[in-house]
Design a binder for this molecule. Sequence first.
Ligand SMILES: C=C(O[C@@H]1C=C(C(=O)O)C=C[C@H]1O)C(=O)O
Length: 376
Amino acid sequence: MLDLNEIRTEIDDVDRQLAALYEKRIALATKVAEYKIETGKKVFDETREKQKLDKVAELVSDEKNIHGVRELFSQLMSTSRKMQYKLIEEHGLTLREPYETMDAIDKKHCTVVYQGVPGAYSYIAMKRFFGEDVNNFNVETFGDAMEAVKDGSADYAVLPIDNSTTGMVNQVYDLLEEYDNYIIGEQFVKVEHSLLGLPAAAISDIKTVYSHPQGLMQCQKYLDSHREWNSISQLNTAVSAKMVVEQNDISKAAIASEEAARVYGLKVLESKINDSDRNTTRFVIVSNKRRFVKGAGKMTICFETNNKPGALYNLLSHIIYNELNMTKIESRPIEGREWEFRFFVDFMGNIDDTNVINALHGIQEEANKLKFLGNY
Ligand SMILES: C=C(O[C@@H]1C=C(C(=O)O)C=C[C@H]1O)C(=O)O
């Protein structure tokens, strides 16, 4: 019979040696970091790491251990790199681009753009975030809103980015990657859809329903119970309400907010028709300036990786190692590169926190492309 305590005592002895050797190895890597600080050489040396893994594989006597020892050393080198990024940042050699901070957003003296027409959920989110009296104008598409912020005709844009029922708003993610605009705030709005018709209409009159694709998707179950209706996508939920008024036809209805019913003088034929009674949309407030509210607590970044095993795992390890709490990850296909993806990651932290700085330094060096999208 083997004695567990005895074996564990031996393991403890091996671990003591490993810990001492780890410290010795890290001390050497610190010298490497000093060399890199002096010479400007990059931390990550892929060729050296590949050679190292092949070397250590040759050092084991039992073939069964090759896989484990390669994994162990790739983790050791990954930790060694993270220690080096930290040292380099401490030396003031940052990869960060300049940015400013502000005490608060001046909500009284700004112009805000949103997509749609009055009564749209973006309009509701805008009023919720900036107040009822906000100076604003509207445009037809999300891209137009991004453009208005880029060219300075608006200081801020309010854009829907995620919905609790249907997930990400793909187009807005893609626009954040495409434009050099930054997220400086967010606003959650509980979205309750109603079926809106002309004052003279009854549910039995309805043949056609207009809404934004998101509105149609969020009421999928309700629409499935009325398969005789024809659903037609429009640019916006409130645009749909406006169309019902303009067409003046009792067989037409819109899926939109009760606010839209008030704005356009429509009748609520049925309220709360969304599939989930907790249907919520997250809106982001976007600016063309890298100016963030002091003490902002959430970061959004986006990066691309090689299509290689472990690539995403390796990049996320910077967030884990620096003890940052990741709250969201999404992926989008990269245009023109089939089956390659770009990742959007949210984590808690402020752009001035040292653990955020160190994590970003590592990701920037090791990802194909890192884009910082905001702090709010
Ligand atoms: C220590 C170095 O920096 C990095 C870490 C390595 C390691 O810990 O062995 C190897 C290569 C580099 O990616 C080095 O360049 O030698």
